[in-house]
Design a protein around this ligand. Structure first.
Ligand SMILES: C[S@@+](CC[C@H](N)C(=O)[O-])C[C@H]1O[C@@H](n2cnc3c(N)ncnc32)[C@H](O)[C@@H]1O
Length: 194
């Protein structure tokens, strides 16, 4: 999934004020700023720069309201989903879209786990997968917290696993295997409005 293309598809046109939650190295935030958006990107590991805030969403200080927000692979990491989503809601103008890209680690089954380890050249199955991910929020918890604060505008399942430690051709392979029913689609894109 091209995150930048997804954001451009779902966000209001620039110059809107956009909050990115869990921006990591800041690639998307910089791209959106270059598109003409007024971006604030929050992450304890954010790089230096005027658009970045090196803190958590929950601890983000006073900011003007935002016209939209994006959170890619960040929600499953936050301490308390209810607290984080209440804060996110409070930062958005009424009707502002929230674009969430996530994956439900707990929806991975044995064949899906085996494929994922195999494609990365590692031995492992469902037990190893669960042990590696059990400290992260599960799909149902993320979905419930989103529903408590936002109204769904769209939701789609899709590939995700091949985007982690990516290797040539594996995105197509993941898509084919999902379509044939051999493995599960565990990635999802949620768009809601505050
Ligand atoms: C898996 S990385 C995703 C990075 C990037 N968004 C991407 O899609 O590649 C998750 C990021 O969320 C950040 N994060 C975790 N909890 C957070 C919080 N409460 N507030 C803001 N960022 C948080 C982490 O520091 C990390 O950089």
């Amino acid at each position: 999934m091209d995150l930048h293309a997804l954001a451009l598809r779902e966000l209001p046109r620039p110059p809107a004020r956009v909050l990115e939650v869990g921006c990591g190295s800041g690639e998307l935030a910089r791209a959106l700023a270059a598109d003409g958006y007024d971006v604030v990107a929050v992450d304890p590991k954010a790089p230096a720069g005027a658009i970045f805030r090196q803190t958590t969403l929950e601890a983000l200080g006073d900011e003007e309201p935002f016209d939209a927000a994006v959170a890619s692979l960040a929600l499953h990491h936050v301490d308390d989903l209810g607290v984080a989503l209440a804060k996110l809601h409070s930062l958005l103008r009424p009707g502002a879209p929230l674009v969430v890209r996530e994956f439900g680690w707990d929806l991975v089954d044995e064949p899906t786990a085996r494929w994922d380890y195999e494609r990365r050249g590692r031995a492992g199955g469902l037990a190893e997968w669960q042990a590696e991910h059990e400290d992260l929020h599960r799909f149902a918890a993320m979905r419930a917290a989103l529903d408590a604060h936002f109204q769904e505008r769209s939701f789609e399942w899709g590939p995700y696993l091949s985007e982690y430690e990516p290797r040539e051709g594996q995105a197509d392979e993941e898509r084919r295997l999902i379509e044939s029913g051999a493995i599960r689609a565990v990635g999802f894109i949620y768009v809601g409005v505050a």
